[in-house]
Design a protein around this ligand. Structure first.
Ligand SMILES: *Cc1c(COP(=O)(O)O)cnc(C)c1O
Length: 961
């Protein structure tokens, strides 16, 4: 045979993303009991909802082809030095952190740390973040990140309103606040009926008339003040004080906490995260201890495990929207964990001395810049500044701005006759020379490297910060690298095992999709850079929007929301604005099924809507009688219905069109939660089903990694009639509604879904959906008999996820859903979604990316675990001292005395667990109650760390030979 005759065609396409091979799929179909993938889809997805036309995006690109395309697009962005400031600054991401965290799948493919035993690494990093923020702001307690500075300010406003004893209805905002912050505050206050008063803090604050006030420190034009007296006056009137502060400035300046502020917010962007045309970056919020229970978002706390060893876990109300639903004041779910980890490592890397040195260098550059400009005859304000100055240029604003661009520098327009300049960690002497040239000076204008500081003596920080040993470790890169590696190794992310979390769609985040996000052409663009420097971004956003519209059946899309929950709020605000435009501003009733994700009712409440809960029937479907009755009874005021499709129970409801029709017939609009798009792409389109608006979780269906709990992107698609009401932005125009600090949210990571779609093509995307449905049905089939599968469609099939009921095991053997989840950790798996949407159940979503081998390993583990309650039922195993109750097991269980009625072998190596590549959780089961009773939310002292005993000398010798 010649080589030619021996030639076998090899399918390169999509094997990266779709786990099961064609042979594996055949075997899976056999188990499921259907002849082909097409038949399975016909059985599962109701014919009435299928889309008419297949997705057609042309030929899919290879990895190289997609990267070439991305490169071409990136080259259309022009990287100038942006000294625009306004909340975004150049920063130096230490390469060790870039490679070992930001570009490391052990960190970026992790899930939100709801299962603490497999999340100790990122929980420690987040605790470092909280300590960093609390120390810098001088406040007692900080959370583990918010989405951006503007929404953090809005969360602070809501918090102030929630805890204040003031009867006032207005919130004061410093005119020196960032314009995007003011825009978001106005958007968030209006539906709740709060008034925003913008003005000069020292002239316009009327403490009696506000429930809170926000000051910017330093202000957008560079000045700063001691707000202590003003804050005391606010307190006397029962109002709260919020300070939006630059964390780098706080290394040199008196922190908000020492001025008496109740809350501090801000962005940690300049702690290592590139500007990325707007994000992703971590925002922070810190509060006085009195308000810790009102703190929105996630909070990491210290607790103990079942051996009494230190363990971290999320504390208190960390899923507020799930618990409080329509009475929640915040809808924060996905936040910014990965950027927060980067910021915390930046602080570990530099330590307090290093951070202060960076801040001093930045200030010296600003002072030098100012000296030079003054020498050139310009008038500079303010007299005291940190990194930002404002220069009076009279009628020459346009000329100076243009000269600056010609010298490779972007400056900020201030009013009509001034120019703002913010220097940063990256600013070099040549940058200063370029600025002087833009103002008509020559490059030798000012040579003094050590100008006088222009910080006011009475605001210099005297208090210490970052005293914890973690910020004082030996920072040799060898040690730093090992610290990051050690933390990563404590966690179970997608780079080790499947993460079958229902509703969260933990699918492959392909490396090729991740590469572009750190290319300077994407990473180093300021969100407010002139449009002609971001043509690559414009092309990416336009093409991605077009493709997402095609996928969803919508007509227009906004990339602004930074998470699914933010998308919900943006979408509902869009609906609200639409009703208003039609002279029906009173429409305010929102129907939401009881099974909805907690963010749905929380978002509706934040939009000023009144939530009416609609029941579900025994099959998990919306109770259509109840829905009809409530829609008709509220026809005069119906604003919207929020539904999820396929439902959160993982079923394609046959009544979806009827629900949309009923809503419309009674004057409402339909919000379809798009979190489950992984079951729809290529098969059905929300826009065709009758929905008016949806968010897409690009960090679920479209491959942005979860990052351990963020970043994400939650763009909304709308039908044409809603398009005029989509979010706008003070920097780019459009409607007055602004939901994020940056016009296109976390624009930088849009390269990920775009390359995913380019590499999959329409057929590949559709195939992914089909295989996701196959995999879920395969698991449902393999587990059937051992576990009850809750909720199937009329044909007995599930959609892309399945819910199994563990409540019978509790009744028969006292085994809880927690026990089964923690036992799965022994088997080397991340537990599925626990007790949501139904208490006592597990929701399993395998996604299309897992191979049959991995699905089988999971099913084998689940089936073996099922035998353990059976042994209890039969009296062969102890009711409380058994592998389930004691799970997960750690290396501690391998040493010392062992008195348990089962073997160490069984404890640590159940079905599914690897021998050599065994994942060892670093702690035994974590005690949540202990942690909430003894709340500690910053780094505990070093001596409380558990130390492994020193190895005996003999062991060291043995292991070395
Ligand atoms: C994940 C999810 C959300 C919230 O999305 P975030 O991006 O975390 O804010 C809303 N609804 C459903 C059904 C979800 O699964």
């Amino acid at each position: 045979m010649t080589l030619q005759e021996n030639y076998e065609p090899y399918d390169f396409a999509n094997r990266r993303h779709i786990g099961p091979s064609p042979e594996e799929m055949t075997a899976m179909l056999e188990v499921v009991g259907t002849e082909s993938l097409e038949t399975l889809i016909d059985e599962t997805v109701p014919a009435g909802i299928r889309q008419a036309k297949p997705l057609d995006f042309g030929m899919p690109l290879s990895e190289r082809g997609a990267l070439d395309r991305l490169r071409e697009t990136a080259n259309k962005n022009q990287v100038l030095t942006s000294l625009i400031g306004q909340g975004y600054h150049g920063t130096i991401l230490p390469p060790a952190i870039q490679r070992n965290i930001l570009e490391n799948p052990a960190w970026y493919t992790a899930y939100t740390p709801y299962q603490p035993e497999i999340s100790q690494g990122r929980l420690e990093a987040l605790l470092n973040f909280q300590t960093l923020v609390a120390d810098l702001t001088g406040l007692d307690i900080a959370n583990a990140s918010l989405l951006d500075e503007a929404t953090a300010a809005a969360e602070a406003m809501a918090l102030a309103h929630r805890v204040t004893k003031s009867e006032a209805n207005a919130f004061f905002v410093d005119a020196q606040c960032l314009p995007q912050t003011i825009a978001v505050l106005k958007t968030r206050a209006e539906p709740l009926g709060w008034e925003i008063v913008v003005g000069d803090p020292f002239k316009d604050v009327q403490p009696e008339n506000v429930f809170g006030a926000l000051f910017q420190y330093p202000g957008v034009e560079g000045g700063f003040h001691d707000f202590s007296d003003l804050i005391a006056k606010l307190h006397a009137a029962k109002a709260l004080a919020v300070v939006a502060a630059d964390p780098l400035a706080l290394t040199l300046l008196k922190p908000p906490g020492e001025m008496g502020a109740d809350i501090a917010v801000g962005s940690m962007q300049r702690f290592g995260m590139p500007m990325g045309y707007g994000g992703p970056h971590a925002a922070y919020i810190a509060v006085k201890d009195d308000y810790r229970r009102a703190l929105p978002g996630r909070l990491v706390g210290v607790s103990i495990d079942s051996r009494g060893n230190r363990a971290y876990r999320l504390a208190l109300q960390t899923r507020e929207q799930h618990i409080r639903r329509e009475s929640a004041t915040s809808n924060i779910c996905t936040a910014q964990v990965l950027p927060a980890v980067v910021a915390s490592m930046y602080a570990v890397f530099h330590g307090p001395k290093g951070l202060k040195a960076i801040a001093e260098r930045v200030h010296r550059k600003a002072a030098r810049l100012a000296d030079g400009l003054e020498k050139l005859g310009f008038k500079i304000s303010p007299d005291a500044f940190f990194d930002t100055i404002t220069v009076e240029v009279g009628p020459y604003q346009g000329l100076v701005m243009k000269n600056a661009v010609n010298n490779g520098v972007n400056l900020r327009k201030v009013g009509t006759d001034r120019v703002g300049i913010s220097v940063d960690e990256r600013t070099r002497p040549v940058t200063l020379e370029a600025v002087w040239r833009a103002f008509g000076g020559d490059h030798l204008v000012y040579r003094d490297e050590y100008p006088a500081y222009r910080l006011p003596a009475d605001l210099i920080r005297t208090s210490t910060y970052l005293t914890h040993p973690v910020f004082h470790m030996n920072r040799a890169e060898s040690e730093m690298t090992r610290y990051m590696r050690r933390l990563a190794d404590r966690d179970l992310a997608l780079d080790r095992a499947m993460i079958p979390l229902g509703s969260c769609t933990m699918k492959l985040n392909a490396t090729a999709e991740m590469l572009p996000i750190t290319w300077p052409e994407f990473a180093e663009i300021h969100p407010f850079a002139p449009a002609d420097q971001a043509l690559g971004y414009a092309e990416l956003i336009e093409d991605l929007s077009k493709k997402l519209c095609e996928i969803t059946g919508y007509d227009a899309l906004s990339m602004q929301p930074n998470s699914g929950a933010q998308g919900e709020l943006a979408g509902l605000l869009t609906i609200r604005a639409y009703h208003k435009s039609r002279g029906e501003p009173y429409r305010n009733v929102c129907l939401i099924p009881a099974s909805a994700h907690g963010t749905n009712p929380a978002s509706a409440t934040m939009c000023g809507f009144k939530v009416l809960v609609v029941g579900t029937d025994a099959h998990g479907n919306i109770d259509i009688q109840d829905f009809r009755a409530k829609a008709e009874a509220n026809a005069a005021n119906l604003a919207a219905a929020m539904i999820t499709y396929p439902s959160t129970h993982g079923v394609f409801e046959g009544t979806v069109r009827e629900i949309c029709d009923l809503t419309h017939a009674n004057g409402g609009q339909v919000y379809l939660d798009g979190a489950n798009m992984n079951a729809l792409v290529g098969l059905a389109r929300p826009g065709d089903l009758g929905a008016d608006v949806s968010h897409l979780n690009l960090h679920k269906t479209f491959c942005i990694p979860h990052g351990g709990g963020g970043p994400g992107m939650g763009p909304i698609g709308v039908k044409a009639h809603l398009a005029p009401f989509l979010p706008g932005h003070p920097e780019t125009g459009g409607s007055a509604m602004t939901v994020s600090a940056a016009p296109f949210g976390s624009a930088c990571i849009l390269a990920i879904p775009w390359s995913y779609i380019l590499m999959m093509g329409g057929a590949g995307l559709t195939q992914a959906t089909r295989v996701a449905i196959l995999s879920a049905n395969y698991i449902a089939q393999r587990l059937a008999g051992a576990y009850d599968v809750l909720y199937t469609g009329c044909d007995g099939r599930v959609a892309h996820e399945c819910i199994i009921d563990t409540r019978p095991l509790n009744a028969s053997a006292g085994v809880t859903v927690d026990d089964i989840s923690k036992r799965l950790i022994d088997c080397g798996f991340h537990p599925p979604t626990m007790s949501w949407p139904v208490p006592g159940t597990l929701m399993i979503e395998p996604t299309e990316s897992e191979t049959k081998g991995e699905l089988d390993r999971f099913c084998d583990a689940m089936l073996a675990i099922r035998e353990e309650p059976r042994a209890i039922e039969q009296g062969l195993s102890h009711r409380t001292n058994n592998p389930l109750k004691n799970a997960p097991h750690t290396v501690e269980d391998l040493i010392g005395e062992w008195h348990r009625p089962y073997s160490r072998e069984r404890a640590c190596f159940p079905a599914g667990a690897f021998r050599v590549d065994k994942y060892w959780p670093p702690v035994n089961r974590v005690d949540n109650v202990y942690g909430d009773r003894n709340l500690v939310c910053s780094c505990p002292p070093l001596d409380s760390y558990v130390k492994a005993p020193e190895p005996a000398e003999a062991d060291v010798l043995a292991s070395g030979t």
